[in-house]
Design a protein around this ligand. Sequence first.
Ligand code: HEM
Length: 232
Amino acid sequence: MAQHSTVEKELVTYEREMIFPISVRILHWLRALAIVALALTGAYIAWPMFERPDDTNTLVQGWVRYLHLLTGFVFIGVTLVRGYLFLFTKETRERASFRDVFSLKSWIIQIKSYFWRGHLDKAGIYGPLQLTVYFGITVLAILASISGLVLYAYVYHHGLGGALRPMADMVVHFMGGLARVRYWHHVFAWAFVIFIPIHIYMVVWTGIRFKHNSVEVIITGYDYHKQPVKKG
Ligand code: HEM
């Protein structure tokens, strides 16, 4: 005779939430591509390994430099638009993260959660350490852009280059020479190169540690939140 028993199933449901709209995702990937292209072309400008002194026709350095500038202007455009969206968009969740940056309690919660103690409870989208690092990266982007524009203005004397020259002269004077500006532009480039692997590591680690969509969210825009368990 067949035996009947009731099995209680636990139904785990997840709520889907749009975190990053399409504008933010496109800007993120444009900026990522621009940084990789700038780092590669910049490395070639610094160490022109394919240049042949006997060949003046190919001008690899000139083309690489041209690409660097083109990408540099895309990078500046993306930084400006992203900054505008962060500060002035109606959606307030990104800016809400400032509350955590100025709260000692939030810092303690974040640091403890990194040691597997408790869960990260955020007011906005980012944790306090994350927003502080992103702010630092924005300052870095501004410094790389200003030093890049100074180098540009000292090579292209007409049009935009000419218009930027008074600003470039001021920066060169302040920095103590054009060679110093070039040196610092190179240092800023290294800061980006160091940031990229740490950023990728932290995003993957956060996804594993807190069991949420931290990698996919910047592609699909959605994060998932576990809902209270229902018995079925
Ligand atoms: C993530 C951002 C950037 C990175 C990683 C980067 C990287 C570099 C590197 C490594 C160099 C070579 C420096 C050297 O000779 O030692 C360079 C040169 C240069 N960069 Fe950038 N750069 C960035 C942004 C920009 C921007 C926004 C502009 C301006 C539109 C720009 C314009 C220039 C110019 C004009 C040079 C000098 C070329 C020459 O010496 O003839 N860069 N960059």
